[in-house]
Design a binder for this molecule. Structure first.
Ligand SMILES: Cc1cc2nc3c(=O)[nH]c(=O)nc-3n(C[C@H](O)[C@H](O)[C@H](O)COP(=O)(O)OP(=O)(O)OC[C@H]3O[C@@H](n4cnc5c(N)ncnc54)[C@H](O)[C@@H]3O)c2cc1C
Length: 473
């Protein structure tokens, strides 16, 4: 950015949020230059520099966000909202410089409505702080992504995130009842928090998953649930993916577990076999049940009956309980991803049951053709289908080959998913890593999104380049 423009911008923004809440220091811009996108991390390890924001701004209120956006819009400065900065798709990367609008100071609980079991918060509140606060009142948010300690409510909503117990509680789009959003021109819009309505389309859904491209989410009203009397676990090993998926489909015809995760043979070998005596090729199904003991008795016994009838071997609570208690461990850096030009990532896709198995085999084949080790689990399962979380690693002799191989794995993996009728993301969003695939995934509906973007953000200042929108020259 031209230094005169930067000085003028800085002065105007400082007058809104105070000089102490704007930074141009390299330590801050470098820290904010990446989220948890593995490609950024790999590039940093290889000594490459990432694009930096010109200014990082920390507003404290909706009013301040609105004033900052008015200035940015008038001066045509790109604005990238930052939540917890733990997204995995490069959504917060300031690829065209400008302002990074970091919402972490906006972390207040504004209201708890015990009668309606709703809570209204500012969007910068971190997931674990919110969960612990409602726990003290006897509630749970029911939203338990493994990034709970790192991500905040704005980030959850902006990416349509999903917790491990989404089979029972739903994803964030099911848990959000009302929203306050600031549009690119600084206008503030609110959607009412009601359980259901029939006053036209549900406009809040436009902003859920918009990844900062249509506005800045500043407040949200979310559902809460009573803490369940009991959380119970059960595990079953299946001889193959097919029988495990057949059992899952059948379980959902009778009961709704909170946790459903089926590990394929590679994932079972990697994460289960060193603690439990599984046979080679086994696929471990992990189940969890939230409810009263009587409800859980019913759900568990029905699930066990179904699993045994489909060839499952009973492993008791062990593998599932262990996973739950160690669910954060796998994210700590290990030698696999921090040595040489090794790079890994996850592709989380979703499909209906009639397509899910074909999508899985087609993607695995396409990715393995590029020298990738692929291991997967089917998680976030529902009545009509579910997601596959495909983890891949590749190790290459130099940076250039590593980045090119990484891109080919993604290109061919996503192409296989779309060809077989899947959707390319269930919970991580699109960001930068999947931006070029968005139109292919949405098909003719993408034009509607493009037109909405033009109307709401005619100058294209909101997070340009993400979600397939606003790529600049
Ligand atoms: C270890 C680890 C585990 C993870 N586990 C899960 C999981 O179980 N489930 C899951 O769904 N995801 C998971 N993720 C991915 C990620 O953390 C989530 O997608 C999360 O929702 C991102 O939230 P954040 O606050 O970190 O967002 P950020 O990374 O800060 O932002 C993500 C995107 O949202 C936009 N944005 C952020 N805040 C706002 C706002 N207030 N208004 C408008 N736009 C905004 C940003 O511009 C960006 O495009 C995991 C990530 C890591 C690193």
């Amino acid at each position: 950015m031209d230094s005169k423009i930067k000085t003028r911008l800085m002065k105007r923004i400082e007058s809104i949020v105070g000089p102490e809440n704007v930074t141009v220091h390299e330590t801050d811009t470098v820290l904010n230059a990446h989220d948890a996108w593995p490609l950024s991390e790999a590039k940093i390890r290889a000594g490459e520099s990432l694009p930096l924001a010109d200014l990082v701004v920390f507003p404290a209120s909706t009013g301040e966000v609105a004033e900052v956006l008015k200035v940015a819009n008038e001066m045509e400065i790109p604005v990238t909202p930052v939540g917890g900065g733990a997204g995995t798709c490069g959504g917060t990367l300031p690829i065209y410089g400008g302002i990074q609008l970091d919402l972490k100071r906006m972390d207040k609980i504004l209201n708890i409505d015990h009668e309606s079991m709703l809570i209204t918060v500012q969007s910068g509140i971190v997931g674990i702080d919110l969960e612990e606060a409602v726990n003290r009142h006897g509630y749970t948010m029911g939203h338990t992504p493994t990034s709970l300690r790192a991500s905040n409510v704005g980030g959850f909503i902006a990416t349509r995130s999903g917790g491990s117990l989404s089979s029972l509680y739903g994803k964030i789009e099911d848990l959000t009842l009302g929203l306050e959003t600031v549009l690119a021109d600084g206008s503030v819009i609110r959607t009412k928090a009601v359980p259901r309505h029939s006053v036209g389309p549900d406009l809040k859904q436009l902003f859920i998953g918009s990844e900062g491209t249509l506005g800045v989410i500043t407040e949200a009203t979310l559902r809460m649930f009573p803490i369940p009397d009991e959380r119970r676990f059960r595990s079953m090993a299946f001889p193959d993916v097919h029988s495990g998926l057949t059992a899952i489909r059948e379980i959902f015809r009778h009961v709704t577990p909170s946790l459903v995760r089926l590990y394929d043979p590679e994932d079972t070998a990697m994460f289960v076999a060193n603690h439990f005596d599984v046979d080679e090729g086994d696929c471990m199904l992990m189940l969890g049940f939230d409810g009263t003991p009587a409800e859980n008795d019913l759900s568990e016994s029905k699930s066990v009956e179904v699993c045994l009838s489909k060839g499952g071997k009973d492993f008791g609570e062990g593998p599932s309980k262990r996973w739950w208690e160690h669910r954060y461990d796998m994210y700590y850096p290990n030698r696999l991803t921090t040595s040489g030009y090794a790079i890994g990532d996850t592709i989380d896709i979703v499909a209906t049951y009639d397509k899910l198995e074909n999508v899985y085999y087609a993607m695995k084949k396409a990715m393995e053709e590029h020298d990738a080790i692929v291991m997967s689990h089917f998680s976030h399962m529902y009545q009509n289908g579910g997601s596959i979380y495909m983890i891949f690693f590749t190790n290459q002799p130099d940076a250039e080959t590593a980045w090119a191989t990484y891109r080919r794995i993604w290109d061919d993996g996503v192409a296989a998913c779309l060809r077989e009728g899947g959707t390319m993301s269930h919970q991580h969003g699109v960001g930068l890593s999947r931006t070029t695939y968005t139109e292919g995934d949405m098909g003719s509906a993408f034009d509607v999104l493009r037109r909405i973007k033009k109307v709401l953000d005619p100058k294209g200042i909101m997070n340009p380049g993400k979600l397939g929108l606003g790529v600049r020259d």
